[in-house]
Each structure stands twice: as structure tokens, then as C-alpha cells.
Design a protein around this ligand. Structure first.
Ligand code: PPE
Length: 309
């Protein structure tokens, strides 16, 4: 795990606050009950020397959706959240970044009901390299099916990127790493493949790409990007339920996510997937994905919000 390298400022309820001063009270409601929702966004340096945030508006739309699902207020509009992100990147003079907006029920009363406690909103940015290790992007990762299920939608609603939902991810990730694997694959409560602790899942068989249907998963922005890109490149993409044994027999498997980008999976439950390294389709999509985020494909310019500093 990479340590957090401080950057100059954190955006905190409308102010740019020095990194070390962005603090909250220990009796904050969100700390006790997980009552908050967040995003993970990346900004990339582009070939033309500019930088750009990848699908900024789509992430902030999902942030607003998370608030709606949780029935909590979102104090800022999508426009305000986008502008705040750009202001932060410029103030921090960052050409690349991992961006973490978070809103949470703040300090006031305790007790499960959030009552009239304030909602605090914070946006931080730091540099976060390859999520599953630099080698992973090329060599692929080793994954184990978790003993934990992904939540039933009537337990925790997975379409909200809710802070409390991540206890499930933390348990699964800790178990997988403890057992010597890089990441966990979680099944849903019916036993179908759901998602990883922080990534969506794709498998490839021949020219057909399958990804989990939207039932139990976070509606990943990168999942959507990969689906669009793959279809544009002429692959058939099916969003459907599938089982772990179908994954064992897949030619290729990969993860999508903001932090993980497009990461190949080389092994699941000690079964080698395909040739045991990044497959041809995965490599193709990964290459095109990095071209897009770096501004080298004008077709997907709408996905980029450029900024100068
Ligand atoms: N599922 C989960 C559970 C998830 O956390 C993520 C993102 C995704 C799917 C992919 O969504 P998207 O980034 O929109 O394509 N996980 C974020 C947090 C990772 C973390 O360790 O923190 C991320 O990648 O930023």
C-alpha cells in the first residue's frame, strides 16, 4: 500500500485549506456509522502538455446519485463540485492526480439517525500510481473468490458509493491479501459473480466480452467506458449474470476501475486464466484506454475536462 504523499491544499466546504489543517471532530457521525458517500477520479497528463480530468461530470453525477440513494443531502451542485475539483488541481499545481471527493454526515448529535447534523464536503487529491502494483498492469494479478458475499441490494445499496459499503470491500481485500492473493472476487447473494473489492469485472471468450449486469455492483464509470470502447472497436459486449466456473474457462479476465484502470487478471482460485498473462483483447482495450485518457483519441474528447495551471 502506498502511503499518502501530502499535497498543498484540500478543498474543505468551499475553502482551500492546507493539507495538515483539514481536520474533523472524532465524534463525526460519518466516522461512527459510515454515513457518507465518495468518489474516486483520475486526472492525466496529456500528450499536448495539458492535463485533463477523466469523466469528471459523470463522477460528480454519481456522487449526487449516491446522496439520493442514501437519502442524504448533497450540499453542492454537479457544476460546483466540478469547478471545486479543477480549482484544487490548479492550486496544487498537479498535472496528474487521484481525486477523492467525499461528503459525510458531520459533527452534531450521535445516534443512528443523522438528524440535523451538517453535511461536510471535502475534495483531496494526491498522486496514486498503479493500484495493484506497477507490474499488475502488464503481468496481471492473482485473485481469489472471497468467503464474503457482495451485499444484497436490500442490505446495503451498492449503487451508492457509500462509505459504509466499503467495510465489505475491506474484509474481502484483507482476506485475499492475507491468503497471498492480490485481490478478491466477490459473488452476489445468489452465487453469481459480482465485482472485486474496488473494481468491476470483465471476461473474454473468443470475440465476446461479458461483464456483470448492474444488479449487485457499483455502476463503474470505467466499466461504462470499456463497454463503449469495446463496442466501438467491434467486439460484442454482453452485460449478464455469470458464474465463477465460467470465469475459470474464460480466455481472458480483467478489472476496470478508476484506481485499477484496466488491469489483467492472470489467475482465479489457483486456475490459470487463458495463457496466464494479459490476453490480446485485454491488451488492446488497455492500450486504447490509456490513449483516450491521455487525450490521444479525439473521438472521446468529451470524456476529458482539460485544465491549465
Ligand atoms: N466497484 C467498486 C466496489 C469500486 O470501489 C470501484 C471503484 C469500482 C467498482 C469501479 O468504479 P469506477 O472507478 O467508477 O470505474 N473503486 C474506487 C476506490 C478504490 C479504493 O481503494 O479506494 C476507485 O477505483 O477509485
Amino acid at each position: 500500500m502506498a502511503g499518502l504523499e501530502p499535497t498543498p491544499f484540500i478543498w474543505f466546504d468551499g475553502e482551500l485549506v492546507p493539507w495538515n489543517e483539514a481536520k474533523i471532530h472524532v465524534l463525526t457521525h460519518g466516522l461512527h456509522y459510515g454515513t457518507g458517500y465518495f468518489e474516486g477520479i483520475r486526472a492525466y497528463k496529456c500528450a499536448n502538455g495539458q492535463s485533463a480530468v477523466f469523466r469528471l461530470r459523470d463522477h460528480m453525477q454519481r456522487m449526487v446519485n449516491s446522496a439520493k440513494i442514501l437519502n442524504l443531502p448533497c450540499p453542492y451542485s454537479i457544476d460546483q463540485l466540478c469547478q471545486a475539483t479543477l480549482d484544487l488541481l490548479v492550486a496544487n499545481k498537479m498535472s496528474t492526480a487521484y481525486i477523492r471527493p467525499i461528503s459525510f454526515v458531520g459533527y452534531g448529535a450521535l445516534g443512528v439517525h443523522p438528524g440535523t447534523n451538517p453535511i461536510n464536503t471535502v475534495i483531496a487529491a494526491w498522486n496514486w500510481g498503479a493500484y495493484l502494483g506497477a507490474e499488475a498492469l502488464e503481468m496481471g494479478v492473482r485473485v481469489k473468490t472471497s468467503s464474503y458475499n457482495r451485499m444484497h441490494p436490500n442490505t446495503h445499496m451498492g449503487k451508492a458509493k457509500a462509505c459504509g459499503n466499503y467495510v465489505n470491500s475491506v474484509l474481502a481485500k484483507m482476506e485475499a491479501v492475507h491468503d497471498g492473493y492480490d485481490e478478491a472476487l466477490l459473488l452476489d447473494t445468489n452465487g453469481f459473480v459480482s465485482e472485486a473489492s474496488g473494481e468491476n469485472i470483465f471476461i473474454v471468450r473468443g470475440k465476446t466480452i461479458k461483464t456483470t449486469a448492474l444488479t449487485s455492483i457499483l455502476e463503474g464509470i470505467n466499466r461504462a467506458s470499456v463497454i463503449t470502447l469495446a463496442k466501438d472497436l467491434g467486439y460484442e459486449v454482453i452485460e449478464t449474470q455469470f458464474t465463477r466456473d465460467e470465469v475459470y474457462c474464460a480466455d481472458e479476465m480483467f478489472f476496470s476501475g478508476t484506481a485499477a484502470e484496466v488491469t489483467p487478471v492472470r489467475e482465479l482460485d489457483n486456475r490459470i486464466i487463458g495463457k496466464g498473462r494479459a490476453g490480446e483483447v485485454t491488451k488492446h482495450l488497455q492500450k486504447e484506454f490509456f490513449e483516450i485518457v491521455q487525450g490521444n483519441n479525439p473521438k472521446y474528447q468529451d470524456w476529458l475536462t482539460p485544465y491549465n495551471f
